[in-house]
Design a protein around this ligand. Structure first.
Ligand code: ADP
Ligand code: MG
Length: 593
C-alpha cells in the first residue's frame, strides 16, 4: 500500500470514529470533545500565526471573547439569529485584528508579543466594564444555533456543528499552507530580508495571518457562546491566552494537526488535574497553573517542536515526506525579455556605504553587462557582501547611484530590485530548513506567480501550482539535486544548501544572478559542475555577478574581475590581467597566483 493510501485510510478511520463517538461516549466526554474542538480552532490560528509565521500572540483569548460577546449581544438583547451573530463575530474580530495589526505588526523583536499582552488584557477589561455586556456578570440565556429549523440544543448536536467547523478549518488551513501564499507565510520566519528578496511583502502577509487567526478565534467564540449559552469575561483573560499558546506549541506549532493534538492534550490534562489535584491540595485552581508552567518548560527543553514532530520522527520515511508529484507541465511561467548581450545592465557610480565610523564600501564604481560573468573578489571584510546588499536594496547606499537596465535603483527595496530582474543568493544561507528543497525553490517563483490567499485555501490554484512545481523541479535538476527534491532543506550539507539557493534564484528567471560565495563547501567535482552551470546560465543570456574566494573557480568562469580591498576598488580587468596585477597580488592573492 502506498503512503498516500495509508494516509487516506487513517483519515477515513478517524472520521468514522469521530462520527460514531457521541453514540458511544457519555455526555461528559462529548462535552469535553466539544471544548477540544473549540480550543482547536483558536490553536489552529496560532499554528498559522506563531508556528508558521513566527508571530507570538498571547492575546487570542480576547478575540474569542469578541466573537462570543458579539453573538451573545445580538442574539439576546437584539433578538437576532445566531447566524447573524456569526457574521458579526467574524467581521468584528477581523476588523479589530486589522486595526491592531496595522498598529502593532511593524514592531520588531520582543515588542510584538509584549503588545499582544497589552491589548489582550485591555480587551478583556472592556468586557467587564460595559453595562450592555452585563459587566462581570456576563450575558445569559443565549439561544442555541438552529439549522434548518432544528435547534442544536444538546451537547451531542453541538458536537457535530463544532467538529464540522474544525474539519473545514483544518482543510482550509492545510490547503493554504501548501499554496503560494502559505509558502510566503512560512518564509516569514526566515526574516524580513529573505521575504523581501523573494518579492514577498512581509507586512501584508503578517497582517493576513493575524486577521485569519483572529477570525478563527472569533468563530471559536461564536461556537462557545451558543454551546455554553452564557458568556462572562473570565474565559477570555490573559491566562486563557497563554493556554491557547501552550496548546499550539505543545501540539507542534508548525503543523495543522498539532492544533487538534495540542488542544486535546491541554483539555484532557486539565480535566485530569481537576480530578486529581483536590487530593493534593485544597487550592487546586492555582496548582493547575503550576503544573502547566512546568509542562511548558519541559516541552521547551526536550521537544521544542511539540508532539507532532516527535511522533513523525518514529514514522517510516515514506509516511513523513510526501513524494514529489511528477506533473510535467506544458505551460510555462511568464518569461522575462532578456536584455541584448553586451548592453550595460548594472551600473554603480561612486557608491559608498558606512556603518558608523567604518566605511565598508568606499566610492565604488563598476558595471555589469548583459550576458557576462563578472567576479567581485577581495579579502574578507573588503565590502563584497555589503555591495551585494546595496545592489539588491537590502540596505541603501550612503552616497552614489545604482541603476539597472537604465532604471534608477538607488535606495529601492529588494522587491523592486527583484522586479527589475535581479535575483540573489546569500553568503549566510537563508533557506527554510523545515521546508523541502522543492518548496524552498518554489518560493523563488513567488514573484512570477499570482495566486492569492483564497485561491490557495480553496485549491483553485492547482494549475498555477503545477506550473510552478514543474519550473522549480527543472531548476533543482539543473543544480544536480533532483534526488533531494523532497528532502527537508535543513538536512542537506551546507554546500548543497547553497545550490538550493541558486535554484531558488534561477526560478525567478533573473536577467542578472548574484551569487555570494556559491562554491564554499562544495567538493571539487561539485565545483566543476557548478562552473559548467554558471557558464550555461550566462550563455543563455543571464548576467552573473559572482563573489567567490576560490581563485581557480573564478579564473575558470569569469569574463571580467573587479577587486575590492578595504571597501575601495583596487583593480578591474580580464582574469589574466588581474592575476598578473602586482597590487592585487600584494593585497589579496598574497603572491601565490
Ligand atoms: P566581505 O563580504 O567582502 O567579506 P562585508 O561586506 O561583509 O565584507 O563587510 C565589509 C565590512 O563592513 C566589514 O568590516 C564588516 O564588519 C562591516 N559590516 C558589514 N555589514 C555591517 C553592518 N550591518 N553593520 C556594521 N558593520 C558591517
Ligand atoms: Mg561576504
Amino acid at each position: 500500500m502506498s503512503a498516500a493510501a495509508i494516509r487516506s485510510l487513517a483519515l477515513a478511520v478517524i472520521c468514522l470514529a469521530m462520527l460514531v463517538a457521541p453514540a458511544v461516549l457519555g455526555d461528559f466526554s462529548v462535552t469535553l470533545l466539544n471544548y477540544v474542538a473549540i480550543y482547536t480552532l483558536v490553536a489552529l490560528g496560532l499554528v498559522l500565526l506563531t508556528g508558521c509565521g513566527g508571530l507570538t500572540s498571547f492575546g487570542q483569548a480576547a478575540f474569542v471573547g469578541i466573537g462570543a460577546y458579539a453573538t451573545a449581544y445580538l442574539s439576546t438583547t437584539l433578538g437576532l439569529s445566531p447566524w447573524l451573530g456569526l457574521v458579526a463575530a467574524l467581521v468584528l474580530t477581523s476588523v479589530t485584528a486589522l486595526i491592531i495589526g496595522v498598529i502593532t505588526l511593524h514592531l520588531g523583536g520582543h515588542y510584538l508579543p509584549l503588545s499582544t499582552i497589552a491589548w489582550g488584557m485591555a480587551i478583556y477589561l472592556l468586557f467587564g466594564n460595559f453595562d450592555f455586556l452585563g459587566r462581570y456578570g456576563g450575558i445569559s440565556n443565549i439561544p442555541p444555533v438552529s439549522l434548518f429549523g432544528y435547534r442544536l440544543e444538546h451537547m451531542t448536536q453541538v458536537y457535530y456543528l463544532v467538529w464540522i467547523a474544525v474539519g473545514a478549518a483544518l482543510l482550509v488551513a492545510s490547503n493554504l499552507l501548501r499554496s503560494r501564499q502559505g509558502r510566503a507565510i512560512r518564509a516569514l520566519r526566515g526574516g524580513e530580508v529573505l521575504a523581501e528578496c523573494l518579492g514577498i511583502n512581509p507586512f501584508k502577509i503578517r497582517l493576513f495571518v493575524f486577521v485569519l487567526a483572529a477570525a478563527l478565534a472569533g468563530l471559536a467564540g461564536w461556537l462557545y457562546a451558543h454551546m455554553q449559552k452564557f458568556v462572562s469575561p473570565a474565559p477570555f483573560d490573559l491566562r486563557a491566552g497563554i493556554e491557547y499558546l501552550l496548546m499550539a506549541v505543545l501540539g507542534g506549532s508548525g503543523y495543522v494537526a498539532g492544533a487538534v493534538i495540542g488542544a486535546a492534550a491541554v483539555a484532557l490534562s486539565k480535566n485530569w488535574l481537576q480530578d486529581l489535584l483536590p487530593y493534593v491540595t485544597a487550592n487546586s485552581g492555582n496548582l493547575e497553573i503550576v503544573v502547566f508552567g512546568a509542562l511548558f518548560i519541559l516541552l521547551l527543553q526536550h521537544s521544542r517542536g511539540g508532539i507532532v514532530p516527535l511522533v513523525l520522527r518514529y514514522l517510516p520515511q515514506a509516511a513523513r515526506a510526501p513524494a514529489v508529484p511528477h506533473a510535467p507541465s506544458a505551460d510555462r511561467l511568464p518569461v522575462r525579455t532578456m536584455p541584448t548581450a553586451g548592453q550595460q545592465l548594472l551600473v554603480l557610480k561612486g557608491v559608498s556605504r558606512s556603518f558608523g565610523g567604518l566605511i565598508a564600501v568606499n566610492d565604488v564604481s563598476f558595471s555589469v553587462n548583459a550576458g557576462e560573468l563578472l567576479a567581485l573578489i577581495g579579502p574578507n571584510g573588503a565590502g563584497k557582501s555589503t555591495t551585494f546588499n546595496l545592489i539588491t536594496g537590502v540596505i541603501p547606499p550612503t552616497s552614489g547611484t545604482i541603476s539597472y537596465g537604465g532604471r534608477d535603483l538607488t535606495g529601492a527595496s529588494p522587491r523592486v530590485a527583484l522586479a527589475a530582474g535581479i535575483a540573489r543568493t546569500f553568503q549566510h544561507v537563508k533557506l527554510r530548513p523545515a521546508m523541502s528543497v522543492l518548496e524552498n525553490v518554489m518560493l523563488g517563483a513567488y514573484s512570477r506567480s499570482s495566486s492569492g490567499f483564497l485561491a490557495g485555501a480553496l485549491r483553485l490554484d492547482r494549475a498555477e501550482e503545477a506550473i510552478v512545481r514543474a519550473a522549480a523541479l527543472r531548476q533543482i535538476a539543473r543544480v544536480g539535486l533532483a534526488e533531494q527534491a523532497s528532502t527537508a532543506a535543513g538536512n542537506l550539507a551546507l554546500g548543497q544548501q547553497r545550490l538550493v539557493e541558486i535554484a531558488r534564484a534561477l526560478v525567478a528567471d533573473p536577467s542578472m544572478l548574484m551569487l555570494d560565495e556559491p562554491a564554499a563547501g562544495l567538493r571539487s567535482r561539485e565545483k566543476a559542475a557548478l562552473a559548467e552551470l554558471l557558464k550555461a546560465v550566462r550563455d543563455a543570456g543571464t548576467a552573473i555577478l559572482l563573489v567567490e574566494h576560490d581563485m581557480d573557480f573564478v579564473m575558470r568562469v569569469a569574463n571580467r574581475i573587479v577587486v575590492l580591498d578595504f571597501g575601495k576598488k583596487l583593480a578591474e580587468g580580464a582574469p589574466e590581467a588581474i592575476r598578473k596585477n602586482p597590487a592585487v597580488q600584494e593585497a589579496y592573492l598574497g603572491g601565490v597566483a
